[in-house]
Design a protein around this ligand. Structure first.
Ligand code: NAP
Length: 235
């Protein structure tokens, strides 16, 4: 039975990923996990609660599933009550930086801890987490956004590290990061003003591209970070 899981299903991209998975009809079961409850979803979508800062919710969610051939962690934070993207190192604050790492790095790592064991031992299985191009260390000319950049760079290393270990007992499995493009969601809303036309994707378009990219990946790609257009991001 083909099973897909999306964690972060209330997010702009997470919600669109669930919608596109339903539309494609390739999975018998789709689990949509989120911190806030989801009122309505298409039939066939099973909802549940996951808060990345509460490992027990990840453990309980994974225990409901059995085997899954596709797991996507679509969570992330750029700003919230304690965190603002810093323009300068002078704005760095320990609690804000820790909050960014808590959600963007530690959260997906703990999701991997509980969901990687659900990937098939034989045959193809994919674990993907939404990262961001700004997490590339070699491709950073603008600077700024210290906490977000660093937490995504650390996420990318975590995914590469998980891929090494995963290949030992699941040689057909794939563990990657994804850059969704600049997407019209709550996360990007405060930063859309200076974008050239055509640079801002709808969440539905990004979700379609990301699922197409995942479908084309092979085990040799595991450990990398891939953009919405299929290109491999510089580490
Ligand atoms: N939008 C862009 O332009 C863009 C560009 C590059 C990368 N990305 C990445 O894409 C991912 C998704 O972003 P988005 O644009 O869809 O943002 P979004 O609409 O703000 O969605 C973020 C999601 O993360 C969830 N989340 C935050 N903290 C959580 C926690 N502790 N436990 C469980 N869920 C939590 C939110 O849940 P609640 O609803 O409960 O808050 C929400 O579902 C992020 O990793 C982001 O860094 C986005």
């Amino acid at each position: 039975m083909a099973t897909a899981v999306v964690i972060g299903a209330t997010g702009g991209i997470g919600r669109a990923l669930v919608g596109e998975l339903v539309r494609r009809g390739g999975h018998d079961r789709i689990f949509a996990f989120s911190r806030r409850p989801i009122a309505e979803w298409a039939s066939g979508v099973v909802v549940g609660r996951v808060d990345l800062t509460d490992e027990g919710t990840l453990r309980d969610a994974a225990a409901r599933i059995g085997e899954a051939d596709l797991v996507i962690v679509a969570t992330g934070v750029l700003q919230n009550d304690v965190l603002k993207p810093e323009r300068s190192y002078k704005a760095l604050e320990a609690e804000a930086m820790l909050e960014s790492f808590r959600i963007n790095t530690v959260g997906p790592a703990l999701a991997a801890k509980h969901f990687l064991p659900l990937l098939p031992r034989a045959g193809r299985g994919v674990f993907a987490a939404l990262s961001a191009r700004v997490g590339s260390i070699s491709d950073n000319r603008l600077g700024g956004w210290h906490s977000y950049r660093a937490s995504k760079a650390a996420l990318n290393m975590t995914l590469a590290n998980l891929a090494v270990e995963l290949a030992r007992d699941r040689p057909q499995a794939i563990c990657v990061g994804l850059h969704p493009g600049t997407v019209d969601t709550g996360l990007s809303a405060p930063f859309q003003r200076n974008l050239a036309s055509g640079q801002l994707f709808t969440a539905a378009y990004s979700a379609t591209c990301l699922l197409d990219v995942l479908a084309r990946l092979t085990p040799g790609d595991s450990g990398g970070v891939f953009a919405w257009d299929g290109s491999r991001m510089a580490p």
